[in-house]
Design a protein around this ligand. Sequence first.
Ligand SMILES: NC(=O)c1ccc[n+]([C@@H]2O[C@H](COP(=O)([O-])OP(=O)(O)OC[C@H]3O[C@@H](n4cnc5c(N)ncnc54)[C@H](OP(=O)(O)O)[C@@H]3O)[C@@H](O)[C@H]2O)c1
Length: 441
Amino acid sequence: MDQTESASGDQNMLHILVTGANSGLGFSICCRLADEFLSNHPATESLTILFTTRSARKAQETTRRLESYLKSNAPSASAAARVHFVPESVDLGDLRSVRALSRKLIHTLPRLDAIVLNAGIGGWSGINWPQAIWDVCTDLLHAVTWPAYKLAPTGVLTGKQTSTESEPPLGAVFCANVFGHYMLAHNVAPLLKRARTNGPGRVVWVSSLEATCKFFDVDDIQGLRTSAPYESSKALTDVLALTSNLPSTAPWAVDSFLQSETELDTHAIHVDAPAATPRTYLSHPGICATSIIPLITPLAWAMIASFWIARMLGSPWHGLSTYIGACAPVFLALASQADLEAAEEPYRKAGGGRAKWGSSCGRNGVESVVSTEVDGWGHGGVVGTPVVEADRLRRRKRGAEDLTKEKREEFEELGRQCWKRMEELRIQWDEILDQAEARSK
Ligand SMILES: NC(=O)c1ccc[n+]([C@@H]2O[C@H](COP(=O)([O-])OP(=O)(O)OC[C@H]3O[C@@H](n4cnc5c(N)ncnc54)[C@H](OP(=O)(O)O)[C@@H]3O)[C@@H](O)[C@H]2O)c1
């Protein structure tokens, strides 16, 4: 019997799922979850971190590295025994694999307290070097925060999902970054509804500073016609998460997306009744040096040096290390509900809602979780001048403008359309997958 099963009846065990944990940010999210849990949660609680990779070899290697990290960093052996790592497998570009993981979780876990939707691909094919060198030399801070020199092919699709002849196209970047996670979150909603140790279950999306509605067209929701599919996928992530709790999106975001058929199929371990509607939160890691943009070693060092210079020049977003980048997603996954609500309170009081929480870092390397300005949503959806002083003082993206009532209404309408289309797409794909499964029986 594994650790998850043996503790399935334990009300004091938190279960958190992290996707894409074998490298970069995902690995550090797991480490930081363990550290912050051991520092801030009572000794009566324990934590199971379920992490996904794409192969048995990566699962084995990641388990070994995580266990070795825990052994070296936990205050004592008895503290380390309160954290368990459980490898899982999923390829988010393969919807059958997403289903397989969802079913396994539904049948083996009593509940899920949070899912951190971290895995992702850039989908880039290269860099426009002359432009990159010019931009970095003439406008370094902007060029290494909102780069305009990455190249991506248009219209790249996933492999075929089923043997259905008339299968609709599925964008590769869209599926890995958004749709695979979207299907997973929908499928495990019954587990999130049973969270109780730390408040309602949480869906924590990992977005990017590069997400902006400029790169997004709701009529091309999969980003198949854009030359910026990554930025489009992250803009969609922002729109979905930031509008997830608005009354205008509720028919899709709550009444449909969070109502999963698999609820009917729950296992005997689900002794608890569904407690509360899961909440959706939005994070980004700032900018860290990872292999999401593959570079040869000298260029990787040049990138790290330029990030460090940007931090010295006053960028609030160049944490560099993935451990610093993990600060915001870990806060959203692990903080008490009271702390989360206190962080959102200034925005809510001023008529706003969800904020985009980013991992920020000062020149001295001290990290913090701060709100990030979003085109069309400002800080926390508040119209006018930012209400939190630190938000007013933080360096802005060039050309950023205070949120107007009209822009906020447009964003809300965009959210409504995105939720509606995502639910239509999910239902369409669930039917395709059901039919494919029925045929293979
Ligand atoms: N690095 C940054 O500065 C930065 C900035 C903003 C946002 N982010 C976001 O942070 C997240 C993590 O990025 P990273 O920088 O840590 O990149 P990374 O080191 O390349 O890690 C990406 C992770 O996602 C996994 N993954 C990729 N495609 C997948 C798929 N189809 N199914 C399942 N897993 C898949 C990878 O697994 P494999 O090893 O098997 O490919 C890997 O574990 C991404 O969502 C990214 O957009 C990063």
